[in-house]
Write a protein that binds this ligand. Structure first.
Ligand SMILES: [Zn+2]
Length: 367
């Protein structure tokens, strides 16, 4: 039966070889290289390369050996189907297609919590076996907020699949997948991590067959028993109760100081450039320096073409009243652009997006 698939898959994960982590990489400068290009290639910053090599100026010469920091190795978990129950369709072929839940929010909450808890403990067992594992995020509490879910699908844009059939890309399903990949990496690096919204049905997924798209499942719940106690679907996440995400986060932070909040989105913003955008906002009338710094780290790691956007203090409810040391919203892709919506559909690019978000967090904490 399908519900026995998860433990079997997790067992397979445990048998895999684990790559060495935290190896420092060296690069030999070639004729025509610039520090900026090298930083880009190794997903780091000019400032960081200068710092670890003790460079006073950006001048480099061919043959020079540069430390380029710790390269995040590929994260070798296989992409599961990981379903409790498969969605009824493999293709979001119309904008309005959605699948509800056969359970109540209370039942979905119990199942989602169980699914995430077993995944977390399996990962912890697996990570504990990694020799020489580094935990640069030990002592940090981090909340990853999958920006939509439940009754709120976020952006839905049309796209073509490999057979030129019309498909639709639903923001909340893809962002949830990236959030889980970020969650796993942060655990690996020793952070305490939680999610604001959880799914009763699946962990992260691949796109097999390649023609499939994730369909809009409306069964996600808030990661809080009190908020998911109701038997009514109205208690599922919606666009009208964003402040609940803030309450979940603040409860998880519990007044501690080493805390971060990252809300993940892939909105449809035709007025903005292609690619990622990081957003932070003022604390009242003042610039929030910690959030600005986190936003800048993430911008470099994501290779965003746009400087982080600073919002006024009352703009985004999910950042307002959030008691994290630094809190930001990341538009990981802009699905107004066909290429960005297309990229979201592949687990390889979502894997890379997750790597980059975690790189930005590691750089912020390390500086
Ligand atoms: Zn969004």
């Amino acid at each position: 039966m399908s519900r026995y698939r998860i433990p079997i898959l997790v067992w397979c994960i445990l048998l895999l070889n684990v790559p060495a982590l935290g190896l420092s990489a060296t690069y030999e400068v070639q004729r025509g290289d610039s520090l900026w290009e090298i930083a880009r290639r190794f997903r780091t910053s000019v400032a960081r390369i200068k710092k670890i090599n003790g460079l006073k100026s950006p001048r480099i010469y061919p043959g020079q050996q540069l430390q380029v920091g710790e390269k995040i190795r590929e994260f070798l978990l296989p992409n599961g189907p990981y379903y409790h129950t498969r969605p009824a369709r493999d293709l979001q072929d119309t904008r309005d297609y959605a699948e509800g839940s056969s359970g109540t929010p209370a039942r979905d909450f119990a199942r989602a919590r169980g699914l995430l808890a077993s995944h977390r403990s399996e990962l912890e067992v697996r990570f504990a076996r990694i020799k020489g594992r580094k935990k640069p995020l030990r002592g940090w509490r981090i909340v990853i907020d999958p920006g939509h879910g439940g009754r709120d699908p976020g952006a839905i844009v049309s796209n073509r699949d490999g057979r030129d059939r019309g498909v639709h890309v639903v923001e909340d399903e893809y962002v949830y997948d990236i959030a889980l990949r970020v969650f796993e990496r942060l655990l690996l690096y020793g952070a305490s991590v939680d999610l604001t919204v959880i799914s009763p049905n699946h962990l992260r997924r691949d796109n097999t067959p390649a023609s499939s798209t994730f369909v809009n499942e409306q069964n996600e719940v808030y990661n809080d028993p009190a908020m998911s106690r109701s038997s009514k679907n109205g208690s599922r996440p919606g666009s009208d109760n964003i402040n609940r995400r803030v309450r979940i986060s603040n409860a998880f932070f519990g007044g501690r100081s080493k805390t971060l909040f990252v809300s993940l989105h892939a909105d449809n913003s035709p007025g903005r450039p292609k690619g990622p955008l990081v957003i932070y906002q003022k604390k009242g009338r003042r610039v929030d320096r910690a959030s600005k710094k986190l936003a800048e780290s993430l911008r470099r790691a994501l290779d965003s073409p746009t400087v982080p956007a600073q919002m006024g203090g009352r703009n985004l409810a999910v950042l307002r009243g959030n008691r994290a040391r630094a809190e930001v919203l990341v538009e990981i892709r802009n699905v107004a652009f066909v290429g960005d919506a297309w990229a979201l559909r592949f687990h390889e690019t979502r894997e890379e997006d997750a790597d980059r978000v975690v790189k930005g967090i590691l750089d912020y904490v390390g500086e």
